[in-house]
Design a protein around this ligand. Structure first.
Ligand code: B1M
Length: 222
């Protein structure tokens, strides 16, 4: 792999945002994801190559380490921040349509539920996996999901619920979406959600963690 991309992947994996960021201590004063992504573009490396060969594999490593409990939420957030600082340089190319993403992913925490830390982690990992993410935020009801689907017809939908009480709302939203878009793909997650519950409410896939969500989307896109 190209030297800059290798360094960039390492910065994302270990959460090195930019040169002045003190974290992680053993990378102090080194260039971070911000400077390296900018330099990679200046040296003529294509945005999709930067995404595919540095950011995506790095975030995949992060996701797998998190799934295996080798790292925890703070390290994952730092990695996602580093990824976002690199993505800021790439986004103009993706937004202009000059460079293609793998697809669109609509995500929200279901109505009545204000927990967003897990949902944000999933959103960041999916973005790091090369998808355009439309984040509807928290307390999102069926109408808002359906509106976003009308605006983005081929998007895959993701929902998060953290309360046993709001799992019931997840069921209502899935039912409303499937009634209108029977061929849509819906991915569900959140601490109280299970594979059995996913099947029971007619959603398509359950993932206990962000990497499982990324893997499912990759499988859909291939
Ligand atoms: Co609340 N809360 N909370 N809370 N809160 C829990 C969830 C609770 C388990 C605490 C407890 O009682 N032990 C409990 C729920 C009990 C239940 O229903 N069984 C609870 C409660 C009761 C409440 C309130 C009702 C408290 C009150 O006001 N009486 C209230 C409800 C507000 C509301 O939503 N309407 C409330 C409020 C809050 C805060 C606002 C204070 C805050 C949320 C801040 C925020 O999110 N911005 C909060 C917090 C922080 C928690 C705990 C402590 C942590 C949740 C969290 O962020 N976990 C939580 C207890 C706990 O879990 N220890 C608790 C870390 C996060 C990374 O994990 O969200 O599970 P998680 O996401 C994981 C996976 O689930 C998965 O990936 C993530 C990474 O692995 N995942 C997906 C998540 N979404 C996914 C989607 C996918 C795929 C995977 O595909 C689409």
């Amino acid at each position: 792999m190209n030297d800059i991309l290798e360094k960039l992947a390492k910065c994302v994996e270990f959460g090195k945002i930019n040169k002045v960021s003190p974290y992680p201590p053993d990378m102090k004063d080194q260039e971070g994801a911000d400077e390296l992504a900018k330099r990679a573009l200046e040296e003529g490396i294509r945005p999709d190559q930067i995404l595919e060969n540095a950011l995506v594999p790095a975030m995949e490593k992060v996701g797998n380490k998190f799934t295996r409990n080798e790292i925890y939420v703070p390290q994952m957030l730092m990695a996602a921040k580093a990824m976002n600082s690199a993505m800021a340089h790439l986004k103009p190319f993706f937004l202009s349509g000059e460079t293609k993403r793998k697809g669109k992913f609509i995500i929200g925490t279901v109505s009545g539920d204000l927990h967003d830390i897990g949902k944000n982690l999933v959103a960041m990992m999916v973005e790091g996996g090369g998808w355009e993410v439309i984040d509807l935020g928290v307390d999102v009801g069926a109408d808002k999901f359906l509106k976003a689907m009308d605006e983005n017809p081929d998007a895959v939908v993701g929902m998060s619920a953290l309360l046993t009480t709001t799992m019931e709302n997840m069921k209502k939203i899935v039912t409303a979406i499937k009634e209108k878009h029977s061929d849509s793909k819906i991915l569900v997650g959140g601490a109280p959600v299970t594979h059995e519950y996913c099947k029971k409410i007619g959603a398509d896939f359950y993932s206990p963690d962000p990497q499982g969500a990324v893997n499912y989307l990759r499988q859909l896109a291939s």
